[in-house]
Design a protein around this ligand. Structure first.
Ligand code: GLA
Length: 376
């Protein structure tokens, strides 16, 4: 059964009626530009083939009623205007936040997701944008990508307590299949960067899952704010390496800031590497990004480092791999020649997954993999 069929069947079983429609939003993987979105930086994510589907129907009255088919058919029912965050934060927090943002009323929703959770692939932003699209269709309104993304970011900040940037929401709302989205987080300007036909983007699970709310994420964000404050600038987008080295900052804060300025530069260079069809240059940037996230930003974990090292050894000079997403576990992303993909996956199966009895659940994304062409 496709994701759409599963969602429709779940809606019928939960509410005893036919849905009016099904909305979808993908997950995202970030190619490069990690932990720079909340520093007004440049990021380069792309939408992936898994996502969240929400079957919806308009109904009389002003109540929002929802069922999460992946969470033991848990239900929620409320008036959008008077909704309060669910404690502890869970899918209901996102639902209530989006419903209030959209001023939703009189709607039934059934939710199913295929994104791996805790993998750094933005299952929560995918949930928010899919909910927003379903409520928009039900309420016959047409928010822009930017409006939807900002609403989803508010749901994350104020309803789930995660002080995330805007990358995930914009990537999911505005990303196009087969393209990476160059997003300038300072002004939300976007550019679609076509991925070469013969490159594969492969996502591989480390088996270590993480939770953003655990505080590490918000702590890194605070470190960056402290650095900007000490440098007398509004965001690290305006910093450079010389300025940071000259400022006599606390060494940990300086390391965080050095990651940010070098990662923003790498993101711009990655766009040039993609446009020049230069896998070797792209690989060098991915490796440098990982080293900086591991050593300066300190958001990796040993299992992910080991997987990245094995992946880079398996790929060789034509491409590279790094951790992706917020960190502290989750998936890695690799960019390599599409025809090298089967051997790459087989090598990681043998060297990483089998000894640990873990599942890599490899996902192959990229130009050849059009979301529109995928059976949902
Ligand atoms: C999480 C956040 C994003 C971004 C990344 C790190 O995915 O939601 O806003 O900060 O971490 O790049």
């Amino acid at each position: 059964m496709t994701l759409t069929e599963r969602t429709m069947a779940g809606f019928r079983a939960a509410f005893g009626s036919e849905p009016d429609g099904v909305a979808f939003a993908p997950g995202r993987v970030n190619l490069i530009g990690e932990h720079v979105d909340y520093n007004d930086g440049l990021v380069l994510p792309l939408p992936i083939s898994t996502g969240t589907a929400v079957a919806w129907s308009r109904c009389d009255g002003s109540e929002v009623e929802a069922v999460a088919l992946d969470f033991g058919k848990e239900r929620d029912r409320f008036l959008a205007r008077s909704a309060k965050p669910h404690q502890p934060a869970d899918w209901r927090s996102y639902l209530r936040g989006m419903a209030q943002g959209m001023d939703a009323q009189g709607v039934k929703l059934a939710i199913v997701g295929s994104n791996p959770r805790g993998a750094g692939l933005s299952s929560s932003a995918s949930l928010c944008i899919a909910l927003g699209r379903a409520m928009a269709a039900a309420g016959q309104v047409d928010p822009t990508h930017r409006e939807l993304a900002l609403m989803a970011q508010i749901a994350e900040h104020e309803w789930a307590g995660v002080h995330c940037g805007i990358m995930d929401q914009m990537a999911i709302a505005a990303g196009e299949p087969g393209h990476a989205l160059l997003l300038d987080c300072r002004n939300l300007e976007t550019r679609q960067v076509a991925l070469p036909e013969d490159w594969a983007v492969i996502i591989v699970q480390s088996g270590v899952t993480r939770g953003l709310v655990e505080g590490h994420y918000n702590a890194r964000r605070r470190d960056c704010e402290l650095a900007a404050q000490a440098l007398g600038i509004t965001s690290l987008r305006d910093a450079d390496e010389d300025m940071i080295r000259a400022a006599n900052l606390d060494p940990v804060i300086a390391a965080r800031a050095l990651h940010v300025v070098s990662e923003i530069a790498r993101t711009a260079e990655a766009v040039s590497a993609i446009e020049a069809h230069d896998l070797a240059a792209m690989g060098t940037l991915l490796r440098a990004s990982h080293a900086s996230l591991r050593d300066q930003f300190e958001v990796s974990v040993p299992a992910v480092d080991e997987l990245v090292d094995l992946a880079n050894a398996a790929i060789g000079p034509q491409g590279g791999a790094r951790m992706t997403g917020g960190g502290f576990g989750g998936a890695i992303v690799a960019v390599l020649a599409a025809d090298a993909a089967p051997r790459f996956i087989a090598t990681l199966e043998q060297q990483f997954a089998q000894p640990r009895r873990a599942a890599l659940n490899p996902m192959i994304e990229g130009k050849g993999r059009h979301l529109a062409g995928i059976e949902l």
